[in-house]
Design a protein around this ligand. Structure first.
Ligand SMILES: Nc1ncnc2c1ncn2[C@@H]1O[C@H](COP(=O)(O)OP(=O)(O)OP(=O)(O)O)[C@@H](O)[C@H]1O
Ligand SMILES: [Mg+2]
Length: 330
């Protein structure tokens, strides 16, 4: 499992190493009772693999990245919207209309034949109204949630992930101290420490400012994702190129062909698709624009021979890639 995760999530080994024991405890039947299997708060700069980690776990445990019960906390910023999660009590306005999102049925629906554990993701938790955090206290503490209709939902077989961009702005400043003010306090405390450690200090301080101590105390692990270095970004691009090839083979079958993206073209894609501020977040869009779309046009025009090699060369302008349909694969 560790290897399968590390193939999918690049450059965050400490985070993966910390999560895995919780799953092993569960597989060994030794998870504590009356608590979720694990509660993880994932912090760190944008585009560094927080959400990807949760999807990758679902792929490894369930065979499908979609086996996640995902709550977009940005949709629950107002107190009254939180009722959408648990449903209104009988007799109250909206009782019939509100289909609660956090029911036992929905929780069970993200299990699979392979595995009866549910992955739950509360994305961007800091955006949620205070009442959602209070509601979560019971879930994190006792693994149970009472719905509007008085039924109970059991979270004992759940891995709960919370993600947050708290501290992201200060972190960006840490990553690029030449912009904006120096975060003098953090710097002076941590002068000797590594950049990774500084990010963690910033993130955890932001969490403690925002959330009540009883909420913070119920989190098993706070994991700060690191900004990705050039080698990690290169590896992520390689994953995406390989993903494209698999997609072509699956979709086109006998008519499939090989995609060749040489080094210079990769450097171009990395320049356009990655940055200190956004990590690898834009890489997919960049791949889509400069590789996938031109490729699709070529295929649609019937200009790619089955079993040939299609090469993406950096254009002389340095501003785009030329698609060269060509020779047959060896
Ligand atoms: N560490 C990583 N390993 C593999 N792919 C990654 C990694 N980080 C980012 N990516 C790629 O970038 C995309 C965006 O990353 P992801 O959604 O995990 O960012 P995030 O950390 O959740 O950021 P945000 O805070 O903005 O939600 C992913 O779908 C994936 O393609
Ligand atoms: Mg995310």
């Amino acid at each position: 499992m560790a290897a399968q995760l590390a193939e999918r999530v690049i450059g965050q080994p400490e985070s993966l190493d910390a999560i895995i024991p919780y799953i092993q405890m569960y597989q060994a039947g030794l998870s504590p009772e009356g608590r979720p299997m694990g509660v993880f708060l994932l912090l760190g700069p944008t585009g560094t693999g927080k959400t990807r980690t949760v999807e990758a776990l679902a792929e490894v445990l369930h065979g499908n990245a979609k086996n996640v019960l995902r709550i977009d906390c940005g949709e629950y910023q107002m107190e009254h919207e939180v009722a959408k999660l648990i449903g209104a009590p009988p007799g109250y306005l909206g009782h019939r209309e509100t289909q609660p999102l956090l029911t036992q049925v929905k929780l069970n629906a993200v299990m699979s034949e392979q595995n009866n554990l549910s992955i739950v993701l509360f994305d961007e938790i800091e955006k949620a109204a205070g009442s959602l955090q209070r509601l979560l206290l019971g879930v994190l503490d006792k693994a149970s949630l009472r719905l509007g209709d008085n039924s109970m939902v059991n979270f004992e077989r759940s891995l709960i992930f919370l993600t947050s961009n708290l501290g992201a702005r200060e972190m960006a400043r840490e990553l690029r101290p030449e912009f904006g003010l120096e975060t003098a306090t953090v710097r002076s405390i941590d002068e000797g420490r590594s950049a990774a450690k500084r990010l963690e200090v910033v993130a955890v301080a932001a969490v403690k400012r925002k959330f009540a101590p009883e909420f913070v105390n119920r989190i098993d692990l706070m994991l700060t994702y690191q900004s990705l270095d050039a080698a990690a970004l290169e590896q992520i691009l390689e994953l995406q190129v390989r993903g494209l090839q698999e997609h072509l083979d699956r979709r086109l079958g006998e008519r499939s062909f090989q995609v060749d993206v040489p080094k210079k073209s990769r450097q171009f894609l990395l320049r356009r698709g990655t940055s200190v501020e956004y990590g690898a977040r834009e890489l997919k869009r960049t791949m889509h624009r400069f590789v996938m779309q031109p490729l699709a046009a070529l295929v649609a025009e019937g200009r790619v021979a089955p079993n040939s090699v299609v090469r993406f060369e950096l254009n002389a302008s340095g501003e785009r890639l030329d698609v060269l349909p060509g020779r047959l694969a060896a």
